[in-house]
Design a protein around this ligand. Sequence first.
Ligand code: PEP
Ligand code: MG
Length: 313
Amino acid sequence: AKAAEIAAWQGPGRTSDGHEVLILANVADGVSAREGAKAPVQGVGLFRTELAFLDRATEPTIDEQVSLYREVIDAFPGQKVVIRTLDAGSDKPLKFVTHPDEANPAMGVRGNRIAQTFPDVRNHQLDALAEAAQGENRATPWVMAPMIATVDEAREFAGEIRRRGLIPGVMVEVPSAAIMADAILAEVDFVSIGTNDLTQYTMAADRMSPELATLTDPWQPAVLALIERVGQAGQRQGKQVGVCGEAAADPLLACVLVGLGVTSLSSAPAASAAVGLRLSGVTLDQCRAAGAAAVAASDPAAAREAARAALEG
Ligand code: PEP
Ligand code: MG
């Protein structure tokens, strides 16, 4: 599409036959949230809270956390805001959440796993989120945990979130969570697929390694098959299945994701208009055909070609 056409796209996200798809922003703090709110998005699909604390030597106080979370919530009044609890460790180390050296930090104590090693840090954050949500005009935030691998982890997290009056969800970014999507969805109100890590862990290929770019391509049919499994579970249970990894920024892949049952797409706000415009030119049936064709392909290049052909047909 031409740059002018993309710039003119206003939203909201929907296919040409009116199937609604929420187009959301990934943000990191108040500044990026206010900037993101200028894009044609309908809320926040991923607030990476750990990014605001990367330079902190000590745990931020509850009051500091409340004001940070409020800044993001208030940048999108009345809209959906999905806040992720600290995804500490591996590529996002926090100085106040440390561990003895791990041989494989990507598979170590990271994300929701810090609930075991640093329960106070986790509880303080959940208390701060509950407090940040207070206030007449604030919509209840959706709160999700990163790096969930089991049904038990999802159940424990959902209990803590519901107890505080918030809306619980988990990320699906470990293959076991995608395989167990039905049982996990039964515990939570929504899931969001993190395609960056889901691809890394499905393909056993470091997301930071340029040499492995073919393996860490979210068009890998194995990754798409897991997404399809999660999308189908979401449809069976009538629950929202988002995607918040970089895959949601690729307009062609966005159509495939919608065809696989994904209900919201969250990415860097700069990508939202191109994604919305592409979706507005295809029907849900075309998206479904593209999804099925891509999953059936044998490699990423064939998946792209098959999806493109299906969207033209
Ligand atoms: C992901 O893994 O796709 C994701 C959205 O989380 P992050 O990139 O912060 O690990
Ligand atoms: Mg991740």
